[in-house]
Design a protein around this ligand. Structure first.
Ligand code: P1T
Length: 382
């Protein structure tokens, strides 16, 4: 007999949290509640659902599941990772200040440097691999410390516990963009962060068929401020998109195991290749923060970046020659992708201090047969 006192494991939560069989029909899979509004018995007397921007049962199931996966009390789903980031930025006011890692998704930097900057929110990008640098960047008006780890595209690993402590001592919120790791590999709230952010477009969705985002946390007051913005600004996912992310989440653990194993093999192969100058992968003993990654992550994930001899031209040539790795933006799907960050995902930081090396190639290592992946890279590297 099942031990009812046992706390359910990650895989069980991924399949069942928020996903009881549906009350009316017994449908095992959460239905796609494709409706914009809900009937009320009398004015204000309703099931808890009144209008689908505010809440929708398919989205509620997803939000409950995502919270469970991070070991958190609440989750909020958004229409994209950027919509989730935007909701957090809306907690700030003119005069406030943000400390952010100096290697983040280009769109995240763009949101703060080009949208919220105009509204009076100041930004300091810093290399937070040395937490003391983040400490020095803190100001009286610092309200948010933005920690992306592992970072996009250089796979920098940041010390979540140390940075969260610095944020809290300075009276700021600590947010971790947990997109690259996924909650299976890393649980920032348990290390002291206030908010974990996901582009659910990536590993949680896992099949490159949906764009979405999420925030999870524990503090009820923070939830109500963010839920207010979610409803007031309206960056919510539709029910089909929420359903696709929820379906993807069911297999997250299995996929992350294979992504990590494949990426480790690819990183080792690249590390030994004479045409490769440098490989960025937290699972390599040569990674400067390999020990920290071992402490705060379960495995090292599916993202690898590397610099080729021959710079940008060599990078572009290789990216155009792969046959199994598809040349494209995004990451985290079952299929392998290759891209050159500077002209693609990080074009918005070109010309800034945050620009990645021109010759950097980024791989999202999928769950195909690993020998096929290495064979493809071998023929493309030329
Ligand atoms: O694309 P969207 O769902 O809005 O998520 C934005 C985002 C946020 N955080 C991280 C770490 C990300 O990598 C992204 C999106 N990144 C890509 C599209 C990319 O190819 O890097």
């Amino acid at each position: 007999m099942a031990d009812r006192r046992r706390k359910p494991g990650f895989e069980t939560l991924a399949i069942h949290a928020g996903q009881e069989p549906e009350a009316v029909t017994g449908a095992v899979v959460v239905p796609i509640f494709q409706t914009s509004t809900f009937a009320q018995e009398a004015v204000g007397k309703h099931t808890g659902y009144d209008y689908a921007r505010t809440a929708n049962p398919t989205r509620t199931a997803l939000e409950t599941c995502l919270a469970a996966l991070e070991g958190a009390r609440w989750g909020l789903a958004f229409s994209s990772g950027m919509a989730a980031s935007d909701a957090v930025a809306h907690l700030l006011s003119a005069g406030d200040h943000v400390v952010m890692g100096d290697d983040v998704y280009g769109g995240t930097y763009r949101l703060f440097a080009r949208v919220f900057d105009r509204l009076g929110v100041a930004l300091s990008p810093v290399d937070m691999r040395e937490p003391a640098r983040a400490q020095r960047a803190m100001r009286k008006k610092t309200k948010l410390v933005w920690i992306e780890t592992p970072s996009n595209p250089l796979l920098k690993v940041l010390d979540i516990a140390a940075l969260a402590e610095i944020a809290h001592k300075g009276g700021a919120l600590a947010l971790v963009d947990n997109t690259f790791a996924s909650p299976y590999l890393q649980q920032p709230l348990k290390l002291g962060a206030d908010i974990a952010l996901h582009s659910t477009t990536k590993y949680i969705g896992g099949h490159s068929d949906v764009v979405g985002g999420a925030l999870v946390g524990n503090e009820p007051e923070l939830r109500s401020r963010l839920a207010f913005v979610q409803n007031a600004a309206g960056g919510v996912p539709g029910p089909l998109d929420a359903w696709l992310v929820l379906r993807g989440a069911k297999t997250l653990a299995l996929r992350m195991e294979r992504h990590s194993a494949n990426a480790q093999a690819v990183a080792i192969w690249l590390h030994e290749h004479p045409k490769v100058l440098r490989v960025n992968y937290p699972g390599l003993a040569s990674h400067p923060h390999h020990d920290l990654a071992r402490r705060q992550m379960r495995e090292f994930g599916g993202m690898v970046s590397f610099e080729l001899r021959g710079g940008e031209a060599a990078a572009k040539r290789m990216a155009a020659r792969t046959e199994i790795f598809t040349l494209g933006e995004s990451l985290g799907g079952v299929e392998s992708l290759i891209e050159v960050p500077l002209p693609m995902t990080h074009a918005s930081v070109r010309g800034t201090k945050l620009a990645p090396p021109a010759g950097l190639v980024r791989l999202s290592v999928g769950i195909e047969t690993v020998g096929d992946l290495i064979g493809d890279l071998a023929q493309a590297i030329g």
